[in-house]
Design a binder for this molecule. Structure first.
Ligand SMILES: Cc1cc2nc3c(=O)[nH]c(=O)nc-3n(C[C@H](O)[C@H](O)[C@H](O)COP(=O)(O)O)c2cc1C
Length: 187
């Protein structure tokens, strides 16, 4: 397979990850904490756009990761598909989408149970001071959209590892003035 074929496989896999559940749907996002150390957590890939190549995910506007991205936008995202023995490592620049129409569009693409995650005015990660209640009142639901953040990652570097072939294949790609340059590397 050539670099062009591998890159096409990556785009197809990212697209599929956001349209149906695949091994790549759940990613592990790395950010830099304000203390300078790494922080990693799971996120669901919600959308993938090509040219420019971007991944989007949803989070709480007050989540630590959203604060970290505002301070230090360099992020890493690792995806792994156990069934296909594939790993895709991504590096890029993250930003919190501010455009109202894009935010609204993303919000409306979420299922009602996902929107409900933003209903509570409690801040994620803060000590729990009262019992979590599962009943959401109308006023909380109306303000839920304000607590929703839509995060964009502009892809800049990719590392594709395929352990299903013999020999194993590893490719790296870097975005250079709008075009991806790839090379096969030692696994
Ligand atoms: C299967 C799974 C999917 C998750 N998806 C998301 C997600 O899409 N967005 C999100 O903000 N947190 C998601 N989380 C929770 C995060 O991993 C994390 O615990 C939480 O967002 C707090 O992270 P932070 O303090 O670094 O912001 C998910 C957790 C699991 C286990």
């Amino acid at each position: 397979m050539s670099g062009v074929d591998i890159l096409q496989r990556i785009w197809t896999a990212l697209h599929a990850a956001t349209k149906q559940g695949t091994g790549f749907t759940l990613g592990f996002l790395g950010t830099v904490s304000n203390g300078g150390g790494p922080r990693i957590r799971a996120v669901i890939l919600r959308r993938f756009d090509r040219s420019p190549d971007r991944i989007f995910f949803a989070t709480h506007a007050s989540a630590q990761k959203a604060i970290e991205i505002r301070d230090q936008p360099q992020v890493a995202l690792t995806l792994q598909d156990n069934d296909s023995a594939l790993q895709l490592r991504i590096e890029g620049t993250a930003s919190v989408v501010e455009d109202p129409a894009q935010r609204r569009n993303a919000w409306e693409s979420l299922a009602p149970h996902s929107q409900q995650l933003y209903a509570s005015p409690e801040v994620p990660g803060r000590p729990l001071t009262q019992n979590v209640h599962s009943l959401v009142d109308d006023s909380e639901m109306r303000s839920a959209f304000e607590r929703f953040a839509w995060i964009r990652i502009d892809l800049a570097w990719l590392d594709w590892l395929d352990l299903s072939t013999e020999p194993q294949q590893r490719w790296q790609f870097r975005l250079n003035e709008g075009s991806w340059r790839g090379q096969r590397v030692v696994p």
